[in-house]
Design a protein. Structure first.
Lengths: 447, 349, 321
């Protein structure tokens, strides 16, 4: 009894006993800590050897079915190198990660979807910049446009991993064929098509920005996509880095241009009601009327493919597919808005660097792509490994040399703006507030 | 994947160690308190005997030991409270005078920010509406229901129905109610119950969560829905515990049931009422899951706790988030003063 | 013990008769109106949950496009939601049963520890005379307002790096792995529950009849003895009442468990798994309907089986009126 006088002691004893028991309990089966380094299929992993039995923890927002695919994708790697990867995915990732880091309980690696958050951790001195091998691998395999977003003050911290293309308009190939509509390739054609559809009494567009505590983000994507088209990448960069004010006339012009569709009662909101219903429509449901013929056009990222009910054929000749959101001014190139996540490290042990390097490698991206439902900007990706038509289209757009890629602006801004006032401002804007005062409000919140 | 019970074994073992630790700590503490003073008593008695034998004045130690005993009773709670709440509260207060990364002192800047933001007035008003309405309405419903189903035939089932929402998390409850408030255009089939009712009565469907200040009231409904069960359970127990002789005496005096309710029931359950109202007030001040899940504070529905969470956890603005938390501490002062008054009354009565 | 029972037992026994205040008020209110009003309240309170219940048996596309009441005109019944929740297809997360066990392993000690510590503290604050006890009580009461979100980082630091004062390591880091992390969750839940627990239990304990304590003191009983033999039996119902509230809170908690136990199937509770089931982009939320009911079952059983303790829970508290 006396031994347990203090809870801490009891815990420690309990812990030691528990550990001994669990160690004896799982002595069979798994090949934990015994790599098959010499097997022929492990040749590709030679450069990661020497970390047998080490553990690397990864924390990210990817969960459930997609997390299964992740774990499958590095199975071969862990078998060959003996490195054990302890993956955890969580919906509250963005709020939890800073708590864990500040609490001294940081994971070894994290997949951070916001360059703004990468910058925050780098500025606070919490991140390790990439090791020499990782850096070499990343610079060799990834486009400069992307690496730029993982760089803070000249140091490369994040390896771009997954990617998605946001410049897509979803439509129903079936319905288009039936009605004789054609996929527009210029902005004018897009507007003309919208008018044609509206004339038939159908609301051509549908949208929804409700997304729980992230409500508003789909509207920010709209603004960014249009801004890239009206002003080009230079102004876009000035805007996201705050070297021009948020309420610059160029921005206001783009917002109004987006509003000519989003806030147009003639166009919105097919399957849901009027313009104001955009605010309370969940983003995941917003594009579903495409398949029921109540809405014809829905601008949303490539990952929207997952939202369609089981049995929906997502293909160029199917029930739903997407076309590239056309450029407004062809002279400004072919702008592509996208997003993705970055692998950042909070530890620089050799096994952590090995995993980080591996995640930048061609072996990894092809292994992951083969499992489906995944796209990356990594140029080692062999498009033959990409199965689904929408992912193929995304890869084509990402690898298109004439395309100008820009990262989702709200992820680049400080979180208080990009995940705060910008989202909220868009909600107010949809709800009827005028462009000038919305932009003024966001500008004043950006310090 | 087969379910492997052997794999779960360490968890049960850990649970067992937890329980052993519990018995050891609590039992050990009580044992200690029993044995040690007994030992002291024996020594004191021995000394008493010695003192009386030598004719010296009697040592007086009783008072001091009361304090020591109290300390041991309080020790586990005080230790845990210090580590888990007091230090964090002090830290939060300090952080509220620092910048967003908590590296530099900025004086009162975060408080200046707090009162210069134009949302702050709206947030304050909303928080006030919440903290006034939720305890009041939830307690009222709880009380009415407790009185009505008292001794009814299906009392247990009837109470379970009201209690049920308590078994659902705040987030879960908010999702359920988001469905109730869901909107589809008037040419569409409604999927939200509230709009379905409105439409079937011949009205136009409304976007409930967009219209301020109605939306705040609708969010408050969610909290009331959850907490009325708490009020009902506690008050129902208090009602049942009113001593029968008082009731009997009143009845013999020919008091009408209505007077009985106000003159006997209400005073009798006053302590329970206070517990319920105070608990609900504090819980309401702190609640943010509902607002966050339902609207995330859009459409003028935000409350202080929601802003605090956003600033500190989503935006990485530790200083501003902490300032909001300190603001919450300040708001609870009236409740604390009320509680002090209660305590005084109790000690006197 | 026997000296205490008369007053208290009086309450219990008499409530069995039809003469209680509430019973009379109810009669006066006209039992038909009363029944009607209570049925209306019960209906309003139940309908949202009922809708969720119906939804949990509807196919995904139906849930997402039509209201749950269409089920009655166009019944489409499926067990798929439950199947997915109970025997989910996500291999990385393991079996739901695992999480159920985690929830139990987290909840039971997280209820017991605060219960015992708070009872001890509440007794000392109510019946042991020492200087400053009222202020201490008020201070503990006021701690209820500290948002637990603000306590996460410092507490996590306490576990993961220990305590260092002026460069000297006073307490080491805990360094727990896998299921040992339950200990951190217990610790955290206990800390966060204490202010409310002390407040509630103090309210009961302080209203026990004072002459009872006096008599025991005069007989030479020590405080631990009074606590064990007189107070504990009398407040058992109150302890059960707080126990259920704490059970509900811990069972439904997501945040504390995520921070202190992590999200893996070795330690994460049911809530973590249910939140995860909605899918990375929330597109599978139809599973939440079934998930909510799977998770509601245990608290409901606990409530129904301990309900009679609630009924007696405040007896002691209202002795004084």
């Amino acid at each position: 009894m006396a031994v347990f006088a203090r809870p801490r002691q009891a815990f420690v004893i309990a812990g030691v006993l528990g550990l001994a028991l669990s160690a004896s309990a799982c002595g069979t089966g798994d090949d934990k800590g015994s790599s098959n380094a010499d097997a022929p299929e492990c040749a590709a992993y030679d450069k990661y050897q020497g970390n047998d039995g080490k553990k690397v923890s990864i924390y990210a927002s990817i969960r459930d079915a997609e997390a299964d695919l992740l774990e499958q994708s590095w199975e071969q790697f862990t078998k060959c190198t003996g490195i054990e990867i302890d993956y955890e995915g969580n919906a509250e990732f963005e709020a939890q990660l800073p708590v864990r880091v500040d609490g001294g309980n940081a994971p070894d690696l994290a997949f951070v979807p916001q360059p703004g958050l990468v910058k925050r951790f780098a500025d606070a001195g919490k991140l390790k910049s990439l090791g020499a091998d990782t850096k070499a691998m990343a610079e060799q395999n990834l486009p400069a446009d992307w690496l730029k977003y993982g760089t803070v003050d000249g140091n490369l911290y994040g390896v771009p991993l997954g990617a998605n293309v946001k410049s897509f308009v979803w439509y129903s190939p079936k319905l288009f064929k039936e009605k004789g509509w054609t996929v527009p390739t210029t902005w004018d054609e897009l507007i003309k098509l919208s008018d044609t559809i509206a004339a038939t009494g159908m609301k051509p567009w549908c949208a929804g920005i409700e997304s729980g505590d992230a409500t508003g983000w789909p509207a920010t994507d709209w603004i960014e996509d249009v801004l890239l088209r009206t002003q080009g990448p230079e102004v876009y960069d000035q805007w996201t880095t705050h070297s021009i004010p948020f309420n610059d006339p160029k921005i206001a012009d783009a917002v109004d241009r987006a509003g000519s569709i989003l806030k147009n009662e003639k166009y919105m909101n097919g399957g849901f009601g009027g313009v104001k219903s955009i605010g309370t429509t969940a983003f995941g449901e917003a594009g579903l009327p495409i398949t029921t013929g109540k809405c014809a056009l829905h601008r949303q990222a490539s990952f929207y493919a997952n939202q369609f009910p089981d049995g929906t054929k997502v293909a160029e000749d199917g029930d739903a597919f997407a076309f590239y959101f056309p450029a407004i001014d062809p002279a400004k190139g072919k702008p592509v808005l996208g997003a993705g996540e970055f692998v950042v490290a909070y530890a620089d042990r050799p096994e952590v660097q090995a995993v980080q390097t591996y995640l930048a490698s061609g072996e990894y991206v092809n292994s992951r792509a083969k499992l489906g439902n995944w796209v990356t900007a990594n140029n080692k990706l062999d498009i033959a490994n990409v199965a689904s038509p929408i992912d193929k289209l995304s890869v084509e757009i990402l690898q298109d040399k004439s395309g100008v890629f820009r990262f989702d602006g709200s992820d680049l801004m400080p979180a208080a703006v990009g995940a705060g006032t910008f989202w909220k401002g868009m909600v107010e804007w949809i709800n009827g507030k005028d462009t000038a005062s919305v932009l003024q409000g966001i500008e004043s919140s950006w310090k | 994947m087969e379910f492997d019970f052997a794999e779960e074994q360490p968890k049960f073992l850990m649970l067992m160690y937890g329980l052993i630790a519990f018995v050891a700590v609590v039992g050990g503490l009580l044992l200690l308190l029993d044995v040690v003073p007994a030992w002291f008593t024996r020594r004191r008695e021995a000394r008493l005997v010695a003192a009386s034998a030598s004719g010296a004045p009697l040592p007086r130690r009783r008072k001091q030991r009361e304090g020591t005993v109290a300390l041991f009773f309080l020790l586990p709670a005080l230790l845990l409270l210090t580590i888990g709440l007091v230090i964090p509260a002090i830290r939060t207060t300090l952080l509220s005078f620092m910048d967003s990364g908590s590296t530099h002192w900025v004086g009162l800047r975060n408080y200046g920010w707090l009162f210069s933001e134009n949302f702050v007035v709206r947030v304050l008003i909303n928080s006030l509406i919440w903290v006034l309405l939720v305890p009041l309405v939830a307690t009222a419903f709880g009380l009415i229901y407790a009185v009505l189903v008292d001794k009814a035939r299906f009392e247990a089932v009837a109470k379970s129905l009201i209690f049920l929402p308590m078994a659902i998390s705040f987030v879960g409850a908010s999702i359920i109610w988001k469905f109730v408030y869901a909107y589809r255009g008037d040419d569409q089939e409604q999927i939200g119950l509230l709009n379905q009712i409105v439409v079937s009565l011949g009205g136009e469907p409304k976007q409930w969560l967009l219209e301020s200040p109605l939306n705040t009231l609708l969010l408050i409904v969610i909290m009331i829905w959850i907490q009325a069960g708490f009020a009902m359970v506690v008050l129902s127990a208090a009602i049942k515990a009113i001593p029968a002789d008082i009731v009997e005496a009143a009845r013999l005096d020919g008091v009408s049931p209505w007077q009985m309710f106000w003159r006997i029931t209400m005073p009798s359950i006053r302590p329970a009422l206070i517990v319920v109202v105070v608990t609900l007030s504090i819980a309401t001040l702190k609640v943010f899951d509902i607002v966050r899940t339902a609207t995330n504070g859009n459409y003028d529905t935000s409350v202080i706790a929601n802003e605090m969470y956003n600033q500190a956890f989503r935006y990485g603005e530790n200083g501003q988030g902490s300032a909001l938390a300190v603001f919450l501490f300040v708001l609870v002062i009236p409740i604390v003063i009320y509680q002090i008054r209660n305590l005084r009354q109790q000690r006197e009565g | 013990m026997t000296t205490a029972t008369p007053t208290i037992a009086a309450g219990t026994q008499q409530t069995d008769g039809p003469k209680s205040v509430a019973g009379r008020v109810r009669k006066r209110l006209n039992s038909r109106t009363a029944t009607l009003v209570s049925i209306i309240i019960a209906l309003v309170w139940t309908v949202p949950t009922f809708g969720l219940f119906i939804s949990s048996f509807r196919p995904e596309d139906q849930i997402k496009t039509t209201g749950w009441w269409t089920f009655f005109t166009n019944p489409q019944f499926t067990m798929e939601n439950y199947q997915e929740v109970l025997f989910g297809r996500s291999s990385s997360s393991g079996q739901l049963a695992s999480y159920f066990i985690n929830s139990l392993a987290i909840t039971i000690p997280s209820v017991l520890f605060p219960l015992a510590f708070a009872a001890l503290a509440a007794y000392a604050l109510a019946w042991i005379n020492f200087r400053g006890r009222d202020w201490l009580y008020i201070a503990i009461f006021a701690l209820q307002i500290v948002p637990l979100q603000m306590a996460l980082v410092p507490l996590l630091k306490f576990f993961s790096t220990g305590v260092t004062v002026a460069g000297v390591q006073v307490l080491p880091a805990w360094d727990l792995v896998d299921e040992q992390k339950f200990a951190q969750v217990w610790f955290a839940h206990t800390c966060f529950a204490l202010p409310f627990a002390v407040f509630l239990l103090h309210n009961f304990i302080s209203q026990l009849p004072g002459d009872l304590m006096e008599a025991a003191r005069v007989d030479g009983a020590s405080h631990p003895k009074i606590f064990r033999t007189i107070v504990l039996p009398l407040i058992t119902p109150a302890l059960a009442a707080f126990g259920i509230f704490q059970f509900l809170w811990v069972w439904n908690d997501l945040l504390v468990a995520l921070i202190f136990a992590g999200g893996g199937d070795e330690t994460a509770p049911l809530t973590v798994r249910l939140a995860e089931m909605a899918g990375t982009r929330g597109n599978e939320w139809q599973r939440l309907t079934a998930g909510a009911f799977v998770s509601i079952v245990v608290p409901l059983i606990v409530f129904l089986s301990l309900q009679r303790f609630f009924v007696r829970g405040l007896l002691a508290g209202s002795v004084k009126g």
